[in-house]
Design a protein around this ligand. Structure first.
Ligand code: DLL
Length: 448
């Protein structure tokens, strides 16, 4: 095990003492410097002196995305603007973007956390790292960039997109590590094959993949295609950016949370009560070292579980499961909850299909109707003679529909699509298209 920092193997007492100090500092700063926190604490009759143990965290109010939006752009800052050296923001597809800011210390801590994450994935000083996360207001590009430089990697800041150029640079520079969303790496692999390049023959040995949900089966496909180790990286801008948790390449058994910078909780999103370790719920993070934008009990909307059990790699940090998905992306069909990543698993299991898919949600009468558009693999398409009425196609549709029904309990209409027909992403893939505002007539409405 290549340990980047001794903090990764601290015992519980060391970690708790460090966390309590960070929590007290964070709460004091938020209370005195951020009007939003001052007011909410006052309403609950809490002052920073009430925080005497880590358990006191439970007394603090939750923070949500809308609080950041309501305080757009800079009212959540706990430091004067002259101490801010970087600003990032979410894309803001619905309403105002959420703005996040960093002091010099914040940027240094973040770089250190990301350097540790790259080391966890198997990277080391001297490696060439191809960074295909988007640069700009999105935290992926610059976040991985700073960590890569801090670790001492030769960093290629290619950003997302221009796939032909990505392939040329991978062939010419021979990077050992690639960072991107899982869906974009798949696209790069596919584009390589179209050019007659076998992705397994590149120099890549490690992939650092995240920023969107992906399944274990998708990992298997990517690792097989490129012959590399693919590790999951998690983070969100509101709490910091990539690196809040990172899987170790040795065990690939959950993501190590940067406990020295964040306190994690998992709650039931309906009751807001904590759930037991090992149970799925909504991840909530409190920052312990951030100066510009302290985040207290931030509700991420992401569903995962945590465990305090020690990882076989020897690191002692809390681990979280893969994120199943965001609460907003959960499909609730006749009372059954399913995440797109759970459907993805069954697509990846079938060699006649490629994991390029989209889930369309529509209303048929009063009921939600799910149609899964999924592409067939090129060779299989030829075998079908490009005809989806072919008996082999019908068998495949039936098989996938039945598997999804059996495993997830939801009925899905499967529609095979020809190769290359589903839009490719250069960043986060859009898996769910919610068309439910367009009301479709129910079959019954035709029976008069
Ligand atoms: O996606 C930060 C990031 C960049 C993480 C690069 C990893 C790599 P946001 O754009 O604010 O930040 O989006 C955060 O993306 O709340 C999750 O819903 C989702 N997400 C991030 N990482 C993962 C992951 C970046 N490994 C939102 N698995 C989060 C599943 C993820 N979902």
């Amino acid at each position: 095990m290549a340990i980047y920092s001794e903090r990764e193997t601290w015992n519980m007492n060391q970690m708790h003492a460090h966390q309590l100090e960070g929590l007290k500092r964070t709460v004091t700063s938020a209370y005195h410097n951020v009007p939003f926190y001052h007011e909410t604490f006052k309403d609950l009759h809490i002052t920073p002196d009430d925080i005497q143990s880590l358990e006191d965290l439970q007394r603090l109010p939750f923070t949500q995305k809308h609080h950041l939006r309501e305080n757009y752009p800079f009212n959540m800052l706990a430091c004067p603007m002259e101490d801010v050296i970087r600003i990032h923001a979410s894309s803001g597809t619905s309403g105002k973007p959420t703005v996040v800011a960093y002091t010099k210390n914040d940027i240094e801590n973040w770089a250190d956390i990301v350097a540790r994450s790259i080391a966890l994935a198997g990277g080391q000083k001297g490696d060439i790292l191809h960074n295909a996360y988007g640069y700009g207001l999105f935290t992926g590009g610059l976040g991985l960039h700073a960590g890569s430089e801090k670790l001492g990697c030769a960093t290629v800041p290619i950003s997302g997109g221009n796939t032909a150029n990505q392939i040329t640079l991978i062939q010419d520079f021979k990077p050992k590590i690639i960072c991107s969303t899982p869906s974009y790496l798949l696209n790069i692999g596919e584009a390589m094959m179209l050019q007659g390049i076998d992705p397994a023959t590149t120099s890549l040995k490690h992939a650092i993949l995240g920023a969107e949900p992906w399944s274990e089966e998708m990992r298997f496909q990517i690792e097989k295609l490129f012959q590399l180790k693919a590790s999951d990286i998690y983070g969100l801008s509101e709490v910091m950016g990539p690196g809040i948790a990172m899987e170790c390449a040795e065990c690939q058994d959950g993501l190590h949370i940067a406990d020295d910078h964040f306190l994690v909780e998992v709650i039931n999103p309906d009751t807001l009560e904590p759930v037991d370790d090992g149970q799925y719920g909504e991840l909530v993070f409190t920052s312990l070292s951030k100066e510009a934008l302290p985040t207290i009990r931030y509700r991420t909307g992401d569903i995962a579980s945590i465990t305090k059990e020690r990882c076989l790699c020897g690191r002692t940090t809390t681990r979280m499961s893969r994120v199943k998905g965001r609460i907003d992306d959960m499909l609730i069909i006749r009372g059954v909850n399913v995440f797109p990543s759970e459907i993805e698993r069954y697509i990846c299991d079938l060699e006649e299909l490629v994991p390029h898919y989209q889930i369309h949600l529509q209303k048929k009468g009063h009921l939600d109707h799910v149609t899964l558009h999924v592409e067939v693999e090129q060779e299989f398409y030829k075998k079908l003679e490009m005809n989806f009425n072919h008996p082999m196609a019908e068998k495949l549709v039936k098989h996938l529909g039945q598997t999804i029904k059996m495993k997830t309990l939801i009925s899905v209409e499967v529609r095979l699509k020809e190769p290359q027909s589903i839009p490719r992403s250069e960043g986060k893939a859009k898996r769910v298209l919610d068309e439910r505002t367009k009301v479709m007539p129910s079959p019954r409405s035709f029976i008069r």
